[in-house]
Design a binder for this molecule. Structure first.
Ligand code: AMP
Ligand code: ZN
Length: 494
C-alpha cells in the first residue's frame, strides 16, 4: 500500500484555471517535465525559485510513493533574443563577446547551474536532456507538422502557421489569449520577414553565414526554433501524453502555448494533463530578470557580498524563505523577510534538536496523528508549503511546552513526531540542519559564525559566562554583532 492511495492531491491546473484532483495517466507512475535554464549566464535567484518549487513537488510526489520520471532540460541551442524570431541567439552572442566557442559558454553555465542547485540541496532530475542532443527529433517533428499542413517553408526557414492552426484548434487555450487580440496588438510585418503573419513562429531558422551553432536539415543549415526542443524532449521521454508540465509563469506565453500547438499539429493531441506555473521572485518590487539586470545571484546572497542585504544567508534559510510562500504567489526578496525567515528557521531547528532530549509520559496532550494528517492536507492542497510550515510551528510550540513540562507526550507519539518532522522538514521541504548545510567558499563566514554561536550557547548552558561574553565581544570587535532573541541568536555584519 502506497501513501498516494490515501493522500489525494489537488493541483491548480493553469489550463483550466481550477484546482483538480490529480489522477496520473498510469496509476502509480508520474511523468513530469520542467523547462530548464538557457545556459548563457549565471542563474539568478528567480530561476532558483522556480526550479525549487518543482524540486519540492518532485520530493512530495516521490514521498507519496509514486514512481516519478522527472525530466528537466538544458537549453543549450540558444534562443533568439526576442519572440519575433529575429536577432542573434543569446549563446552565440555571448560566445562572440568573449571570443570562445558557444559550447564553452554552455559548459561553463551548466556547471554553474548544477553547483547552485547542489548548494540548495536539489534532487537531480531523472533525465536532463539537452536541446543540441535532440536535433534529429526536432527535425522529425517539423516534418510531421509540415506534412499535416500546419507549417510552411520559406527561404530555408520553416514557420508554424498559427492562423491555419487556429481554424481547427484553439491557439490561446493555455494563456487565454484570442488570436484576434494578438493580431490587433502586433505591428504589421515590415517586409523583411519571411513569415506569412506576425503571429507565426519559427520551427527552423536558416543560419546566417556568421552563425556558429548550426545543423544540417532538409530545409537549410540552421537551428531549431525556441519552442520546439521542449515538445521533442518531453514526448520522447514521457510519451505523447504525460501528466505534469511546469515552468515559470513567464513561459506560459508564448513558449507553452506554442508547445501545445506543436503537439496538436504534429500528433493531433494535447500533450499535458496538468500545467503548473510557478510565480515570479521579485527584488525591490520588480521582477528579477537577466534582461533588466534587476538580479541578485545565489553566490552574492550566500556571501552577503552585495549592496542590498545586511549579511549573507545560509542555503537552508533561503530555501525556507522561499518555501514560506506558496509557489503560485509572487515573492519579494528582502532583507527583512530573510531575517524573519532566519529566526523562524532557527526556532524550527532548535525544536528539532530538542526532540532528542524530550521526556515521555503516559499520555499525550496533543493529537499527533491529527496534526500529521494536517501536514499532508496542506501539501495535498496544491503543495501549500506556507500552511505546512504553519503546522510545523504549531508543533514547535508544543515541543517547547513539553520541554518546560507544561505538556506531555507518549513514547509512541514522540517516535511518530520525530519521523513526521524529519519527513516534512528534510525530505519534502529539502532543508538541512545548520551544521550540515552546504558551506563552501563564499558562505564560509556564515558557517564559522554559526559555529561560534553554537559554542557560545554551550558555554552559557555550562554557566561559563566569561567565555560566552568573550565570544560575543570579540566578534563585535571584528564587526559581527550577535543578536539574542526568543528564537535563538542571529548575527549581522556592518
Ligand atoms: P530562463 O533561463 O530565462 O529560460 O529561465 C529559467 C526558468 O526560470 C524559467 O522557468 C523561468 O520562468 C524562470 N524565471 C525567470 N525569471 C524568474 C523570476 N524572476 N522568478 C521566478 N522564476 C523565474
Ligand atoms: Zn520549455
Amino acid at each position: 500500500m502506497q501513501l498516494y492511495q490515501n493522500q489525494h492531491i489537488n493541483i491548480y491546473n493553469s489550463l483550466t484555471g481550477k484546482k483538480e484532483t490529480f489522477k496520473p495517466i498510469n496509476s502509480g507512475y508520474i511523468g513530469m517535465y520542467v523547462c530548464g535554464p538557457t545556459v548563457y549566464s549565471n542563474v539568478h535567484l528567480g530561476n532558483v525559485r522556480t526550479f525549487m518549487s518543482f524540486d519540492m513537488v518532485f520530493r512530495y510526489l516521490k514521498h507519496l510513493g509514486y514512481k516519478v520520471r522527472y525530466v528537466r532540460n538544458i537549453t543549450d541551442a540558444g534562443h533568439l533574443e526576442n519572440d519575433a524570431d529575429v536577432g542573434e541567439d543569446k549563446i552565440t552572442k555571448k560566445a562572440r563577446l568573449e571570443e570562445i566557442e558557444p559550447m564553452e559558454i554552455v559548459q561553463r553555465y551548466t556547471v554553474d547551474f548544477h553547483n547552485v542547485l547542489d548548494k540548495f540541496n536539489f534532487l537531480p532530475p531523472s533525465i536532463e536532456p539537452t536541446a543540441t542532443g535532440h536535433i534529429i527529433e526536432q527535425i522529425e517533428l517539423i516534418s510531421k507538422i509540415i506534412d499535416n499542413g500546419f507549417a510552411y517553408e520559406v527561404n530555408g526557414s520553416v514557420y508554424f502557421d498559427v492562423h491555419k492552426y487556429n481554424e481547427t484548434n484553439d491557439y490561446g487555450i493555455l494563456s487565454k489569449r484570442k488570436l484576434e487580440d494578438l493580431i490587433h496588438n502586433t505591428r504589421a510585418l515590415d517586409g523583411q520577414s519571411d513569415k506569412r503573419n506576425p503571429q507565426d513562429f519559427a520551427l527552423w531558422k536558416k543560419a546566417e553565414p556568421t552563425h556558429i551553432m548550426r545543423w544540417p536539415s532538409p530545409w537549410s543549415d540552421g537551428f531549431p526554433g525556441w519552442h520546439l526542443e521542449c515538445t521533442a524532449m518531453s514526448t520522447k521521454y514521457l510519451g505523447e501524453q504525460f501528466d505534469i508540465h511546469g515552468g515559470g509563469m513567464d513561459l506560459k506565453f508564448p513558449h507553452h502555448e506554442c508547445e501545445i500547438a506543436q503537439n496538436q499539429a504534429a500528433k493531433g493531441q494535447a500533450p499535458v494533463n496538468y500545467w503548473m506555473h510557478a510565480n515570479m521572485l521579485e527584488l525591490n518590487g520588480a521582477r528579477m530578470s537577466k534582461s533588466t539586470g534587476n538580479i541578485i545571484n545565489p553566490a552574492e546572497l550566500l556571501s552577503g557580498k552585495n549592496d542590498i542585504m545586511s549579511k549573507g544567508y545560509s542555503p537552508s534559510v533561503i530555501r525556507f524563505f522561499m518555501m514560506q510562500s506558496a509557489y503560485r504567489s509572487v515573492l519579494d526578496l528582502t532583507d527583512a523577510g530573510l531575517l524573519a525567515s532566519e529566526k523562524g528557521f532557527n526556532r524550527l531547528m532548535n525544536a528539532v534538536d530538542d526532540l532528542e532530549s524530550l521526556k515521555t509520559s503516559n499520555n499525550s496532550s496533543f493529537d499527533i496523528k491529527k496534526w500529521k494528517q494536517n501536514c499532508y492536507n496542506a501539501m495535498n492542497d496544491d503543495f501549500n508549503t506556507p500552511i505546512l510550515i504553519a503546522n510545523l510551528f504549531e508543533v514547535v510550540t508544543h515541543i517547547n511546552a513539553i520541554k518546560e513540562t507544561r505538556a506531555t507526550i507518549t513514547a509512541d507519539d514522540l517516535k511518530l513526531l520525530k519521523e513526521t518532522i524529519s519527513t516534512f522538514v528534510f525530505d519534502i521541504l529539502g532543508l538541512k540542519k545548520t551544521s550540515e548545510d552546504n558551506a563552501s567558499g563564499t558562505d564560509k563566514l556564515t558557517g564559522a559564525v554559526e559555529l561560534l554561536i553554537a559554542l557560545r550557547k554551550e558555554a552559557r548552558v555550562n554557566k561559563d559566562f566569561a567565555l560566552s561574553d568573550k565570544i560575543r565581544d570579540e566578534l563585535a570587535a571584528v564587526g559581527i554583532q550577535l543578536n539574542d532573541g526568543r528564537d535563538g541568536t542571529t548575527f549581522s555584519t556592518n
